[in-house]
Design a protein around this ligand. Structure first.
Ligand code: ADP
Length: 414
């Protein structure tokens, strides 16, 4: 039976399968009509999928604004109130904001996943990417009081990969090891060469995986029993991303677990690249060396139409000792920047009157404007958004709720 003939019968409410012979004797006009109907439905489905993606992008963008304001205000309270209760409460807000932020990141990943992956390949030492992933997940590991054992050997492990996606894949594995292991466990991360391949392993002493879950864990939205029971808050896409990323780079991801309570081990293999990474990395941008220098105190413009977000970020930056001005729409931002000529501007993108991209372009018309460091602080976190911001003249792109340690790091370098 062809899928087409089955669908046709269902449409007519008959629910009867048609034999291949009968289908082949049907007039061509019938088949053409069915094809037309089928392609109309495919278009409808694609449009519905597109609308869903747009909805998810708007939803995550809209949710990022209030979450950003909540996090920044919690930081302001923590800065000014040293009482233990206030510190504990702000730490709790911070933990919950991180969780919400991770969920929003997962939502955006779902949107990106439905697009064709656009890999930006570069040769890197896999050990550097693992180190980057370890640094980015340090907080999760510390939060769970795990011991981390890292053995990356002494040999270079060149791989030709999209670094951002690969670090994300490693992070997912390390985050999971931290999340699915009871406090005080051991997370072991190793990397080595194995016959023309790089082999990276993330092992934990955690809750393990039931044999019936092992075969389906890499499917999209699949959460193992362990994940559901622990209410760890994920959407079941981390392993799908990690395994898809491995396959897109010509490698693979495998999992082994001796069973529930017996820990898990994830192994990613990637093809070894044949040239030394240093040759290719020489051309890498070195933005930090070009950064304008200013001793400690900076002059900063904060622009956001969400007043709670703008005011709290301004207060926080003032508490760090910087001189700060605040604007609540695009035109006010340009005027204030022209008047005060700050060294740095933190600019939201979705602004009234003119948007953040236009603000950046207008500022770049003046000689002094081109020397400003522009930082996009935005709810729009897709790769396309990042590229648009960079094209408009922004040097950094921070997604709300921003990681204040990352912001402090950028400001410290200026
Ligand atoms: P999430 O963690 O958001 O549920 P993932 O795709 O990262 O989604 O993981 C899918 C499922 O795999 C989890 O729900 C969990 O049951 C299981 N899992 C992943 N990593 C581990 C691990 N290190 N130990 C035990 N179970 C794990």
């Amino acid at each position: 039976m062809s899928a087409l003939s089955y669908m046709h019968d269902q449409d007519n409410g008959k629910g009867v399968e048609q034999s291949g012979e009968a289908a082949s004797t049907r007039p061509e006009s019938d088949i053409a009509r069915e094809n037309e109907e089928l392609s109309r439905r495919v278009t409808q489905l694609a449009e519905a999928d597109q609308r869903k993606n747009e909805f998810l992008a708007i939803l995550s963008h809209e949710l990022r604004n209030p979450i950003h304001a909540i996090r920044t205000n919690a930081w302001v309270i923590a800065q000014h109130c040293k009482q233990l209760e206030a510190q504990e409460s702000t730490a709790a807000i911070e933990r919950q904001v991180s969780l919400l932020s991770k969920l929003l990141g997962d939502l955006l990943n779902v949107i990106s996943l439905s697009k064709e992956a656009d890999l930006e390949l570069e040769v890197h030492d896999a050990r550097d990417l693992v180190q980057e992933a370890l640094a980015a997940t340090r907080q999760s590991i510390e939060k769970h009081h795990h011991r981390v054992v890292v053995d990356l050997g002494t040999e270079e492990l060149p791989v030709n990969v999209d670094p951002e996606r690969m670090v994300q894949a490693f992070m997912n594995l390390i985050e999971n090891a931290a999340k699915y292991t009871d406090p005080g466990g051991i997370v072991t991360v190793t990397a080595k060469r194995v016959i023309g391949q790089v082999e990276l392993r993330v092992r934990d002493t955690g809750i393990g995986i039931a044999p019936e879950d092992v075969s389906s864990l890499f499917e999209l939205f699949k959460r193992g029993r362990s994940g559901r029971v622990r209410g760890a808050g994920g959407l079941g896409i981390g392993l799908y991303i990690a395994s898809r990323t491995a396959r897109e780079h010509g490698g693979q991801l495998e999992v082994e677990s001796a069973g529930v309570g017996l820990g898990s081990e994830f192994t990613m293999t990637l093809p070894l690249h044949h040239t030394a990474p240093a040759d290719v990395l020489e051309d890498e941008e070195q933005p930090d060396d070009e950064a304008p220098s200013a001793a400690g105190k900076l002059t900063i413009l904060v622009v956001d139409d969400n007043r709670d977000a703008a005011d709290s970020l301004s207060k926080l930056l003032q508490a760090y000792g910087h001189e700060v001005w605040t604007a609540y729409d695009g035109l006010e931002a340009v005027d204030l920047a022209r008047e005060k000529r700050p060294l740095v501007a933190l600019i939201d993108i979705a602004l009234p009157k003119i948007d953040g991209y236009q603000v950046a372009r207008r500022l770049a018309r003046d000689q002094w404007g081109r020397t400003m460091t522009l930082i996009a602080v935005t709810g729009a976190g897709l790769d396309d958004d990042r590229e648009k911001a960079l094209a408009a003249g922004f040097r950094y792109h921070l997604v709300k709720p921003i990681d204040h340690a990352a912001l402090e790091g950028i400001l410290a370098r200026l």
